[in-house]
Design a protein around this ligand. Structure first.
Ligand code: NDP
Length: 322
């Protein structure tokens, strides 16, 4: 980015990823705020991005030079299955409004957020950036997935037609402070942290569903935040970039449980209910493209990141999303 004044608008600034970007901007010496930068974090209270007029009013008010676009209708498996049309339309409208206004207001760069769950259901592993459109996504969340895939289509077309520098990143499973710790409608790590906390509070067993054998790539929200900022400043392509830990750093669900138990200091009964389904064994994504462009990036060790998340949960348990 140029050293002159930049106004960086973060949509979805109150969420898991937005809060992590705010933390890095305020606290990190390498990726943090630079001279001449003004960072603005939007929440849905600033305006509903589904609505064209409200979105335009936001761009008129802040006149951003750069946008990190995180805002999305996101939900768990059952929410998606019950309302694929809503996930499709709401996200399509949000993305269309944000990118259209970014073009109209001459925004120099937009980095939008996709997700590894949008990749084809039937594919080869590891997944890489070339595969986004190569087959239908999983049936459970096809609405969300197709709407996110369309961001890549729009980025390409905005570049072809108007020369816009709009790109996207594809994070794997994110965890960290400010996550949604709901027991049912949450991702695996925050849900398990909450479950273990309740087991500790109530003196009840901490039971994990399945065998614990499936493998996943988890990225710490603060690492992801640094990579978002790096992408905004350095990544030159329109095509998406996977933001993930290396393939070798996949962790098993059992490792997740063990680390939560340690971080929580839980000493009660901890076991696996192997009568419950495991889900897909692995969904490995390749971070080769990222590491070829940013070879010195260091990911926070999983246990350290998990411990920070658990301590944050314990300190904020009365006020967090749960
Ligand atoms: P959160 O659910 O934590 O936050 C969503 C954010 O979007 C909130 O700031 C919310 O505002 C805002 N928002 C939602 N709907 C609207 C709307 N109609 N108008 C304005 N703002 C809106 O999400 P995450 O931080 O987890 O996700 C950020 C991005 O990362 C998303 O695009 C998601 O698809 C993607 N992603 C997330 C992964 C994960 O594991 N969490 C994995 C891969 C990708 P408010 O708080 O005011 O409601």
């Amino acid at each position: 980015m140029s050293p002159s004044k930049s106004v960086i608008l973060v949509t979805g600034g109150s969420g898991l990823v937005g809060k992590a970007i705010e933390w890095v901007v305020e606290n990190d010496s390498k990726y943090g705020k630079r001279e001449g930068e003004e960072w603005i974090y939007l929440t849905s209270k600033d305006g509903n991005l589904i609505d064209p007029a409200q979105t335009k009013a936001i761009f008129e008010k802040y006149r951003p030079t750069h946008v990190i676009h995180l805002a999305a209708k996101v939900g768990g498996l059952f929410g998606n299955m019950a309302a694929n049309l809503d996930y499709f339309r709401d996200n399509l409208l949000i993305n269309d409004n944000v990118l259209h206004n970014a073009k109209e207001f001459g925004v120099k760069k937009v980095v939008s957020c996709l997700s590894t769950c949008i990749f084809p259901d039937k594919t080869t592993y590891p997944i890489d950036e070339t595969m986004v459109h190569q087959g239908p996504p999983h049936d459970s969340n096809y609405g969300y997935s197709h709407s996110k895939r369309m961001v890549d289509v729009m980025n390409r077309a905005y570049n072809d037609q108007y020369g816009c520098n709009f790109t996207s990143v594809i994070p794997t499973n994110v965890f960290g402070p400010h996550d949604n710790f709901h027991l049912v409608n949450s991702h695996v790590i925050p849900g398990l942290i909450h479950k273990c906390y309740l087991a500790q509070q109530n003196g009840t067993p901490f039971i994990m569903a399945g065998t614990g054998r499936p493998l996943r790539q988890f990225i710490y929200s603060r690492d992801l935040a640094k990579l978002f900022i790096w992408t905004l400043r350095e990544y030159q392509e329109i095509t998406p970039l996977i933001l993930s830990v290396p393939e070798e750093e996949e962790v098993s669900i059992k490792q997740v449980g063990d680390s939560i138990v340690t971080a929580m200091g839980y000493t009660g009964d901890y076991r696996f209910d192997t009568t419950k389904a495991d889900g897909q064994y692995k969904k490995t994504a390749s971070n080769k493209k990222l590491m070829s462009l940013n070879p010195d990036f260091e990911f926070t060790p999983f246990d350290v990141a998990l411990n920070e998340t658990v301590q944050w949960f314990k300190e904020n348990v009365d006020t967090i999303r749960k």
